[in-house]
Every structure is written in C-alpha cells, then in structure tokens.
Design a binder for this molecule. Sequence first.
Ligand SMILES: [Zn+2]
Length: 180
Amino acid sequence: MKFVIPGDRIGLVEEYVAGNGVYEQSGEILAAVAGRVVVREKTVSVEPVKKLPCIERDDVILGRVVDLRNSMALVELVRKKGFERSLMHTGVAALHVSNVQKDYLKDIGDAIGYMDIVKARVIDAKNLKLSTKEVEMGVLKAICSSCRHELVRDGKVLKCPNCGNVERRKISPDYGKGRW
Ligand SMILES: [Zn+2]
C-alpha cells in the first residue's frame, strides 16, 4: 500500500494507463489527489483519502505515521479520543512541518519518525490536517530507526535501550505511558 500526495510521481506513461486521481505530464503519471495508489490491469489510479464523517475540527486523534516527506507526515488515523471504535484503515491525515511544534522546524524528520504513534489535534476536518503544536500533543511511541527496538524517553530526547541510538521527536508528556 503506497500513499501519495498531489504531484508525486507514480510512474511512466509507458508503464501504465492513467486512471482516476492521476494526470499525465511530460511522459510521467502524477498523483492529482492524496490517497492510495491502486493498480488494476495496467491502469493506475489514486483512491482519494476521504473525509471521515465522524472526524471533526478540534477532535483529538491517535494515529500512526505511514509516510514522511520533507515537509509532511502522512498519519493513518487509528482512534478518536472519547470513542472506543477503531478508525483503522479509514483515513490518512496530513501533518505539515509548520504544524508540528511552536518553534521553527526545518526538517520534519527531526520531530516525527516513520511508524511513530502520535496524538494530534484535527485543525481541518475537510482536508484532514493535523497539528501537534500543543504541549500535550506529539509522539506517544516510537521505534529506533536503526534497530527497531522501542525507544524510551530520556529527558528531551528518546533513547534506544538496545543500541544506544538517540533520536529527536516532538514528544508528548504521555510518551510511553500507555495512555493518551
Ligand atoms: Zn536501536
């Protein structure tokens, strides 16, 4: 399952036939919408990330980071605070580098990691945009990028008890506490 955002290169016109949610430019097929890449026969499409009817502005959600770009983390929604039912596999929201923390952040990879579990505020329900700027928001659980062991909090950074790797995140005060 591959997630793309508008403008991402998906393939070449020689490889695929352009389906829904994509467009052709200079012999390449690019994503026109954010969503999942689906290939049927030779037709490539992007199935858009739909707005969840139960997600509203100011909701607090729990999600998993499924992709990271220079300026954006794509977060698969898992839970909505106050609701038992899982939201798994129903939507992917975008966390832009400018919405991660209050202080200026150049590279989103310095504050958010692949496969991190994050607690975030929905700031735009229509386009599924998230923010982790508030003190309580941020990363709740993360794995070591070199050995995949779960990281533990050590003051302002996260440390790998297995290999000693030190990583930076926008850490929630609930990190590693099993609650959110
Ligand atoms: Zn490690």
